[in-house]
Write a protein that binds this ligand. Structure first.
Ligand code: FAD
Length: 409
């Protein structure tokens, strides 16, 4: 059976990998002209059941080897002494299987694992979908026309499949009141393997070193009283908006912003959730951020994308000839995990960016104190962590008896 997946980042390759192992024929269409391989983009986390899925794919050693290796963070504020945080002790305390990795690196490793059994189509996008009950007729922006047994949107927060099959994004996007920008630049701050973050009320400016490239990744987080209106595809408009927001910030922001015009991997978006409450309709389904983005950088979206893609493939394999019922079983299985994940973002947003002078005063000391605690105490704190609890709320199913194609060596 032929399954079309839109999006080749995290959820897409994981889904393709497992579908192939269960004997399906996956095709992945990706809008970018080539695979998102490499060292651009932002750092993401993989842990808990997400790490376990990567282990079952035989990818874990490569993921661990590619981790970011940011070992220290300096927190700065106007008029205060810097506070130093030892992140190497923090990671040891979180768990033995928590990795921070650049998304491009993760995509490379996951998609390399799919080479044997997946057709990739780059530089194209689904234009129309018609589900007639027995299959889905798909037209592409390139003009191609094909028919598939099932179509899955793994195409992120601004999913095209979701728009075509479930409705406009505005009706199912919940802004959490913040914005996030990230881009690469030369290491003018001399960060090496370190990170520096400057905090003020409603604003964070940060930079961290990317050891593989010797560059710095600059990050800007801010809150506004009203939603900003911009075209999410128009990078020049977003760059101008960011420059205006931080024009008068001070600290090292002007130095970072000097490199904004040349940034090729610039990312800017609102910190928003997707609130849709169903992720399947007939022979069309959604997975990862496309279906239930818990909000970038605040809800464990990467591990959620990995785990839900694994469960989706398993439930389709279990249902075999009745794919719509496989989609419904997938939705039932992941619902609690998704609901709990989406409950986290609004709470995290209240503390992530200091919202008051008191929060600004306390936050750096809380951040510095945790890595100094004994590892066992840190593990206890992390075991209470909402993201970990959400992902572990559904035991990771074992679908190994459904495997038809052995793992590539
Ligand atoms: C700045 C930033 C920081 C983040 N930090 C963290 C973090 O610290 N920890 C964490 O766990 N998560 C973090 N996230 C979230 C994480 O990146 C996502 O949750 C995760 O990447 C979701 O994977 P996905 O495959 O579902 O979607 P995405 O990674 O968004 O991938 C969607 C893919 O679909 C493609 N696509 C889009 N439209 C189309 C189309 N029409 N046709 C074909 N292809 C299309 C895109 O090009 C992309 O390759 C962060 C996100 C951002 C933006």
């Amino acid at each position: 059976m032929k399954i079309l997946i839109s999006g080749a980042s995290v959820a897409g390759p994981v889904l393709a990998y497992w579908l192939h192992r269960y004997g399906f024929e996956p095709t992945v269409v990706e809008r970018t002209p080539a695979m998102r391989h490499g060292l651009g983009g932002h750092a993401v986390d993989l842990f808990g059941p997400g790490a376990e899925v990567a282990r079952r794919m035989g990818c874990w050693d490569a993921i661990e080897a590619a981790r970011t290796r940011i070992e220290s963070m300096t927190i700065e504020r106007f008029g205060k002494r810097p506070v130093h945080v030892d992140l190497s002790r923090l990671y040891a305390g979180i768990s033995g299987s928590h990795v921070e990795i650049l998304r491009g690196e993760l995509t490379k490793i996951l998609s390399d694992a799919t080479r044997a059994g997946t057709e990739y189509v780059f530089g194209d996008s689904i234009a129309t979908l018609h589900d007639d009950g027995a299959g889905v007729d798909v037209t592409f922006e390139s003009g191609d026309e094909r028919r598939f047994d099932l179509v899955i949107g793994a195409d992120g927060m601004h999913s095209t499949v979701r728009r075509l099959a479930f409705g406009p994004e505005e009706s199912m996007r919940r802004p959490l009141g913040g914005y996030l920008a990230v881009f690469s630049m030369p290491d003018v701050l001399d960060l090496g393997n370190g990170m520096v973050a400057h905090f003020s009320v409603d604003r964070i400016v940060a930079g961290y070193g990317v050891h593989q490239t010797g560059q710095t990744r600059a990050g800007f987080l801010f809150r506004t009283p009203h939603e900003l209106h911009y075209d999410y595809r128009d990078k020049d408009e977003q760059k101008a908006l960011l420059a205006k927001e931080f024009r008068d910030y001070g600290w090292k922001a002007p130095l970072l912003l000097e490199h904004l015009p040349a940034a090729e991997d610039f990312y800017f978006d609102s910190i928003s959730q997707i609130t849709l409450d169903t992720w399947q309709r007939g022979r069309i389904g959604l997975v990862g951020d496309a279906g239930f983005c818990p909000a970038p950088a605040v809800g464990g979206g990467t591990s959620l994308a990995v785990v839900t893609a694994y469960i989706l493939a398993g439930e389709l394999a279990a249902a075999r000839s009745d794919l719509p019922s496989g989609l419904r079983n997938y939705e039932r299985t992941v619902r609690r995990m998704v609901d709990l994940s989406r409950a986290i973002g609004p709470k995290v947003m209240r503390t992530l960016i200091p919202g008051s002078p008191t929060a600004l005063k306390l936050m750096p000391f809380a951040a510095a104190a945790v890595p100094k605690l004994p590892t066992s105490v840190q593990r206890f704190i992390w075991s209470q962590n909402a993201v970990g609890k959400a992902l572990s709320s559904v035991p990771l199913p074992d679908y190994s008896d459904l495997t038809r194609v052995p793992r590539a060596a």
